[in-house]
Structure formats: C-alpha cells, structure tokens
Design a binder for this molecule. Structure first.
Ligand code: LMR
Length: 398
C-alpha cells in the first residue's frame, strides 16, 4: 500500500538515548552506566537539588498566572545569566551591546544561535573533533554544512591549540565556529586562558562568527574560574554568540532551562540582532518555557537559596574530582600508561578513553560497562566502591 510516509526509511536510534534504554533493560546484576551525561550521587541517583525543590515550593505559593512572559521569557533569568557570562558590572551591558533570551535548554539556545548565524550569511559551521554529536545535528538541520577542527592532542590528553588554529585557518571569512566553554564534551579537555585569548584574537582577525557553548558552568573549578576563559575570549574577539545551559549545574535536565546570549561591537548591531532572535524564537516555539528559568531566577535572586545551590554545586564538583583522581590512579597503576594520568587534568563529567566503537560495544556486551562508541565516560556515573572493578575491566580492554 502506498503512503505519504513511503519516502522515509527508518533512522538508527540516537546513540546516547539508545544506550540509556539498553542500560535500563539490562538485567545483569553487575552493570555500570558511564553513558548519558547526567550527574549521579553515590547511590546512582540524580536527586532534585534542595535549592531547586525550595525554589519550586516558593514559586507555587507566589504564582498567580500562567500567562505568557513575552519573547525573552523570564527577564530576571536572562539578567542573572548575563551576570554569570559577562559579569555584573560589565561595561558592554551598560553600553547596550549584549542581548539575552530564555530558550528551551542549551540545545534551544544553540538553535537560536545557529538560526542567527544563518541570517548573518553563515553557510558552514566548524565544530571541534570530537564534539557533542548534537552540535553537527543542530547545524545541519538548519540547512548549514559542518566541518571540523582538531581540538585534543591524543598523545598528551591536553588541548591542541596549534592544530585548532591551523584547521580554522582554512575557514572562510564569515564562517561560523562552535567552541565549547568549560568541561569539553566528550574529552573534558579545556583551553587555557592563554588559548582563549589567542583563539579570540585569531577569529577576530579572520572574521569568523563564534558561538561559545557553556553547558557545565561550575563543574570544572568553580563559577568564577570557569567563566574566565569565556570572558577572555570575548575581550579578545569583541563579539560572540553564547548558548548557556542550566541542565547540569542546576540539575534541571527535563525542565529545559537555557539562555541564548550575544555580545557585539555596536549597540545598533545588537539591537538589530535582538529583533532577529525574537523573530526566530517566535517562529520556532512562539514563547519560551517558564518553569526551569523561573527556578533559576528564584534561586539566584535569593541570597540564602543561592548559597545553598552554590554549596550543592561545590559538592558535586568535588565528588567528580575525587572520582577522577581515583579512576586515574587505578588505571595508571593497572596499565602503566601515563596518558591516563591526564584524566586528572581534565574537567567536568567527561573524559575520553582510547577505545574504538567495537571496543565500547564489547565492553557493554561482555562486561556490562556502558559508554558511547566514542569511548567517552561519564565520570559522574561512577562511585568509589565500583572504581577498582571498572578500572580492571577498562585496563583489560586497553
Ligand atoms: C550528553 O552529552 O550525554 C548529554 O548532554 C545528554 C544529551 O542530550 O546528549
């Protein structure tokens, strides 16, 4: 029988989401989920953060309407994220050279940024190799093409600034580039402050349009230190688009709390860009969602809740750092490879092991150790008691 849907052939399931389902359905007693990037505590749970639960209770008490908030969504939320990204007293804000919009998660913010790039005439967007698989997807579904730049040096486990700039030198004036902020996904390898300045000066000179993707603010060294690279880049480049996600640092995954921001050399340019971002947002989701952004605004607008959230964020970060150290120590001891010592210099939830897609499949099938084919591991999915066994499985495979 013919059908309007006949031209479609089925796509393979999204690799990460498929991994999540396979883990849930695996009934072996011994299994380890180092797949999807979700923070977990020692019991393997992802509880609602206590500052979030309190903010939600307050919101329920105070809420009098569900009427639309307007094109920018929650303006207090937008201003709070501008405080994070640009700084409370940043002159660019007083000069009207910034914009911010609430978006459905970091991915919604990325979509706004790619939509704006398109209106700026961008045809191709460069992403790091490797990167979060959704980066090329978002770009390509907007009808733009992608290319990639070297980012990580596999021999040292650190950033490859020379390779990055050599590849970006092939970009044409007016091309777009996505650069990840702190806690690169999937490698955990971050640019140094010096790298950020150099990349900023380079893209300015070459006329490239950069979007910084900040999805793990506070997971590397702390809120202030983690944003220093982004600010150094903006100082050097003068202009940037920024997507900011609150999924991880506020544990708001399903609430889709994100913010799209931009900073430009002229107030006129930003005023025009604001009308375009509003237009893209209107055509895509009409009005942004309120709940997640409301939670963040409530927490950041209340000194006690903010202190409580910062303390929770600190303990999450410290837990991930201690897991990294423990895993790295065990792996170095078992493999004798010093490369695995670099796990401790990497940041956030992820690091990438030298595992092939077939190797990752074998680890899953034979040992119940779940990781995507890229060899990325979610450090936050570990706990101290499992580390010797996980290290034994990985060391045998390596
Ligand atoms: C991840 O990289 O695992 C997370 O950002 C979740 C996702 O949507 O891919």
């Amino acid at each position: 029988m013919t059908s309007a849907f006949s031209p479609l052939s089925p796509l393979p399931p999204d690799a990460l989401l498929g991994l999540m389902t396979a883990f849930r359905e695996d009934d072996r007693a011994e299994k380890f989920d180092l797949g999807v990037g979700v923070y977990k505590d020692d019991q393997g749970n992802t509880p609602v953060m206590s500052a979030v639960a309190k903010a939600e209770a307050l919101m329920l008490q105070r809420q009098t309407t569900k009427v639309y908030e307007g094109p920018r969504g929650n303006v207090d939320f937008c201003n709070a994220i501008e405080d994070f990204v640009f700084g409370v007293d940043a002159p660019v804000r007083k000069e009207g050279r910034t914009l911010s919009f609430t978006a459905p998660g970091g991915c919604g913010a990325l979509s706004l940024g790619v939509g704006l790039m398109r209106r700026l005439g961008v045809k191709k967007v460069w992403v790091s190799d490797p990167t979060w698989p959704n980066h090329p997807k978002v770009v390509q579904s907007a009808g733009l093409t992608t290319d990639s730049y070297r980012y990580a040096d596999p021999d040292t486990g650190t950033a490859d600034r020379a390779g990055m700039l050599e590849d970006l030198a092939k970009a044409e004036r007016g091309d777009g580039v996505i650069v990840q902020g702190p806690c690169h996904n999937p490698t955990g390898i971050d640019l140094t402050l010096d790298d950020w300045r150099a990349v900023g000066a380079f893209v300015k000179e070459r006329g490239l349009i950069v979007m910084l993707d900040v999805a793990y603010h506070g997971f590397a060294h702390g809120l202030d230190k983690d944003i220093a690279g982004v600010r150094a880049f903006i100082d050097a480049a003068g202009e940037a688009l920024i997507s900011y996600s609150c999924s991880k640092n506020f544990g708001l995954y399903r609430e889709r709390a994100g913010c799209f921001l931009a900073v430009g050399e002229t107030a006129d340019g930003i005023a025009a860009a604001t009308t375009h971002v509003a237009d893209i947002s209107r055509a895509t989701w009409s009005m942004p969602p309120a709940h997640g952004a409301g939670i963040v605004a409530t927490i950041l607008g209340d000194a006690a809740l903010r202190a409580e959230w910062e303390a929770e964020l600190t303990s999450m970060r410290e837990r991930m750092i201690s897991l990294r150290q423990a895993l790295s120590g065990e792996l170095v001891q078992r493999t004798g490879s010093n490369l695995l010592a670099s796990l401790t210099t990497q940041n956030g939830m992820f690091s990438q092991l030298p595992v092939t897609p077939e190797g990752a499949k074998a680890l899953r099938e034979e040992s119940g150790l779940y990781m995507p084919g890229s060899g990325r591991i979610n450090i936050a999915g570990l706990n101290l008691k499992d580390i010797p066994r996980v290290a034994e499985i990985i060391a045998t495979a390596l």
